[in-house]
Ligand binder design. Structure first.
Ligand SMILES: [Mg+2]
Length: 347
């Protein structure tokens, strides 16, 4: 078997500038991978790989022809061989996670289409476990954040608020004032030290916040553990958990782990990490980058394995060449999915 393969970049404008504690972006750089078998079945995968977790776009552009050549003669169902070939071509089992994710998603989409199944059925998951994704409000001027939260709450029942500024309390009070009944979780993207984070967690609990994500820097697992133990809120580890070996480490320090296809190399690595997290007593949140539905549609099929979902990435784009799984009000209900593969299709 030989697969035809191709990739290209899509620079997708965001609906509004997206601020987190590390900076603000206005464009999401996405790589889209296409694969086609000899029978004409096509798979598509995407990722926004050139960020915090991955090398530059140039490095990914240089590496992708080798990644694709390495899997071009693979049976798309032989995921053990695909994982080994991708690891060898990438320079290690955890190298180039975003590029591997795009390839992995495309091959998984193709595999599901070859057997005429939606991806969740190929994965053996129960579709009768609907879950509601949060909608993210990025860092901005306080009034604009409150306004955006109020507007989002008209449609979405769960909001995620990005924090990590010198006016975090003001932001939370302003938002809570506008949306007294919404479920709100917050994500500091590592911006606080442990002392600050424990104090903030107490304040956030008083504001009826659901949980706090990545309160301290990625490598400060002792700090993460302290926020978990001394603070009143559940703590989610995102930047602190990238590769499978991180799962048992963060299990000692957090309550929830945030898993993302682009961060960890695609569908199968995340599938395995979901189970590892469970075995370590962690709850799971499936997350994403601000990225194309060619990626997020695949993540949606893993939600029966998760306790929380934060899969709004494509909703934050001004336009996307793909449409994925519908999420009315943020609800992902796989029992309503009838398209085969990931369900991502060209608009
Ligand atoms: Mg996060």
């Amino acid at each position: 078997m030989t697969l035809a393969t191709a990739f290209d970049w899509h620079d997708l404008e965001l609906d509004e500038p997206f601020g987190i504690s590390r900076g603000t972006t206005t464009v999401s750089e996405n790589v889209v991978v296409r694969v086609e078998d000899e029978a004409g079945h096509r798979g598509v995968g995407g990722a926004a790989p050139a960020d915090y977790y991955s090398p530059s776009r140039e490095a990914i552009t240089d590496a992708l022809p080798d990644l694709l050549a390495a899997v071009a003669d693979c049976d798309p169902h032989n995921r053990q061989r695909i994982a080994r070939r991708l690891a060898a071509a990438a320079g290690g089992p955890t190298a180039l996670p975003g590029a591997r994710a795009a390839v992995s998603i495309a091959l998984t989409d193709l595999a599901a289409k070859r057997v005429d199944l939606p991806l969740y059925r190929l994965l053996g998951l129960d579709p009768d476990r609907p879950i509601t994704s949060s909608f993210t409000v990025g860092i901005d001027d306080t009034d604009r954040m409150a306004e955006r939260a109020a507007r989002a709450a008209e449609t979405y029942g769960i909001l995620k608020l990005k924090l990590g500024t010198d006016r975090d309390r003001e932001i939370v009070r302003a938002v809570r004032d506008r949306v007294p009944d919404a479920t709100i979780r917050v994500d500091a993207n590592g911006a606080w030290d442990a002392d600050e984070a424990v104090t903030m967690a107490r304040f956030l609990a008083d504001q009826a916040i659901e949980f706090v994500e990545q309160p301290v820097p990625a490598d400060d697992l002792a700090g993460l553990a302290r926020v978990s133990e001394d603070g009143p809120l559940p703590v989610a580890a995102d930047e602190s958990c990238v590769v499978p070996a991180d799962v048992p480490r963060v299990a000692e320090a957090a309550d929830i782990v945030v898993l993302k296809l682009t961060k960890s190399g695609g569908v199968w690595p995340v599938f395995r990490m979901c189970h590892a997290a469970r075995a370590c007593g962690l709850d799971v949140m499936l997350g994403c980058m601000t990225e194309t539905d060619a990626s997020i549609a695949a993540a949606a099929h893993l939600t029966p394995l998760s306790d929380y979902a934060d899969l709004d990435g494509a909703l934050l784009l001004a336009e996307d060449a793909f449409e994925g799984i519908e999420m009315p009000g943020g609800e992902i209900d796989l029992s309503r999915v009838d398209r085969v593969g990931t369900g991502a299709q060209e608009r």
